[in-house]
Design a protein around this ligand. Structure first.
Ligand code: NAI
Length: 445
């Protein structure tokens, strides 16, 4: 689906008119180059607070990438990274203010603001924890100020571990893959398993399962994971077998036509994976449906069918997989929630419940999975340009797009890139996160 408003706002002939009328002019987002993904570039200005814990680690991580460290004196356009972990008093918060007050005007279009702090709950000093919590409000407010440049701001909280905890999320947040992830808090800890970091084809030689892979976001996830080296086992309903087979043939993947709500579906999936003769690296629970109706008019079928596709099937598949050792030591589970599961939505009591429960699934399985070297995380997409959102009436659709700080909807690939990060072996310290991929939508922000 094309966003005509975005096209016109960026076209040579109409751009001046948009500017003259004072209309918001969303900047087209920069996305990964599919032939050369994960390549970092540009200039980064690194700031720090007194007594900060992570600056040396951040400095050495950045030194190993192609980004250029900026001094802050030149007029060059930059991304801004600030180690705020040292801030433990109200007075010290001025250090954060001073850095951004001085340098925010140098932020590049589609640039990044990344603030790094200590996870408040992990700190013994209550004053320190209080001030670290303040970073959330700061980052979300910065994101609203810089959205007109299509720049994003995110907060990375470190629980345990230094360089090994920071490296993968920092690289991802700086990359084009995080373009529609905005105003989010990501928790990172010491990796739960050891891994070989491959920053260009992280999934080389690995098998992944994607449900609902025939179209939309599931198709984009399959394509991104295949680009990153994975053999994708795509699952979709038997009615979509032709599309599924074509999609998997394109990426040299395998097709498994299967209704995930059918009896024995979870066992069929596990047996299929076991028969491949190699372990399973990840499962992406993407298949999902909507059955919108005001609650008083909703039929039992509209509630029950949706709950089985969006939630029950994912739970049964997890249970069946976790009863084996297929995912042990480095495996990944990813749920696909929605901002409707965070904010709620009119006519979506069933959908909101199921997607909120997907977040609950992540929260409740993170610890037991972590003990086995498995991570579980979820994305909560906002307005994404798919067949589902194309069916929304014109005015509501326009409003849905402009509600984000980036004044545009995301593409399926934006959700897929965040999932690609979650399942990359180097993200072994990212467990129990639900990240919104919504460009900082006003809905439930
Ligand atoms: P879509 O409707 O385009 O694709 C969903 C796929 O899941 C279809 O290929 C469908 O055949 C498959 N599927 C449905 N029931 C199945 C079953 N019983 N067994 C196997 N496969 C089944 O949807 P879209 O937009 O790509 O959404 C993907 C996921 O993202 C869903 O979980 C949705 O709830 C979520 N989402 C989408 C948003 C958007 O803006 N499009 C926003 C927030 C969340």
């Amino acid at each position: 689906m094309t966003d005509r408003y975005l096209e016109l706002a960026n076209a040579n002939i109409t751009k001046t008119l948009f500017d003259g009328l004072g209309l918001p002019t969303p900047v087209r987002l920069v996305r990964e180059d599919s032939n050369n993904p994960h390549k970092l570039s540009g200039h980064v200005l690194l700031g720090t607070s007194e007594g900060a814990s992570f600056t040396k680690a951040i400095d050495s991580i950045l030194a190993e990438t192609p980004v250029t460290m900026a001094s802050g004196e030149g007029p060059g356009k930059v991304s801004l990274v600030f180690d705020a972990s040292g801030i433990s008093t109200a007075e010290q918060s001025t250090q954060l203010y001073k850095f951004f007050n001085r340098h925010l005007s140098a932020l590049a279009q589609c640039g990044r603001v990344i603030v790094i702090g200590h996870k408040p709950g992990a700190l013994k000093d209550t004053g320190h924890a209080t001030l670290q919590r303040g970073l959330v409000g700061f980052v979300k407010s910065v994101a609203k100020e810089i959205g007109r440049k299509s720049a994003t701001a995110n907060l990375l909280y470190i629980d345990k571990g230094g360089k090994t905890a920071i490296e993968a999320p920092l690289r991802f947040l700086l990359s084009a893959g995080s373009t529609f992830m905005n105003a989010q808090v990501l928790y990172a800890s010491k990796p739960v398993t050891s891994f070989e970091a491959d920053w260009t084809r992280p999934l080389e030689g690995k098998s992944v399962v994607v449900t609902g892979a025939a179209r939309g976001i599931g198709l984009a996830i399959s394509q991104v994971l295949a680009r990153d080296g994975a053999t994708v086992i795509g699952i979709d309903v038997p009615q979509a077998e032709t599309e599924l087979k074509a999609a998997m043939a394109d990426i040299k993947g395998l097709s498994l036509p299967l209704d995930i709500t059918g009896e024995g579906a979870a066992d069929t999936l596990v047996t299929f994976c076991q028969n491949q003769g190699r372990g399973l690296h990840s499962i992406i629970h993407n298949a999902g449906i909507t059955r919108d109706k005001m609650l008083s008019r909703m039929t039992p079928v509209q509630w029950e069918l949706l709950m089985q596709v969006n939630l029950g099937a994912a739970q049964r598949i997890n249970e069946a997989l976790l009863a084996t050792e297929l995912l042990d030591n480095g495996g990944k589970i990813v749920g696909v929630a929605s901002i409707s599961g965070i904010a709620g939505n009119v006519g979506q009591t069933n959908y909101g419940f199921s997607k909120s429960a997907v977040i609950g699934m992540v929260d409740s399985l993170a610890v037991p999975c972590g003990k086995r070297g498995i991570t579980i995380n979820a994305v909560a997409p906002g307005f994404i340009e798919t067949q589902m959102t194309a069916a929304i009436p014109f005015v509501t659709r326009q409003m849905g797009r402009r509600l984000s700080s980036l004044s545009q909807g995301g593409l399926p690939v934006d959700v897929a890139e965040v999932i690609g990060f979650f399942v990359s072996p180097q993200a072994a310290g990212i467990n129990g996160n639900t990240v919104r991929v919504c460009g900082q939508s006003l809905l439930g922000a």
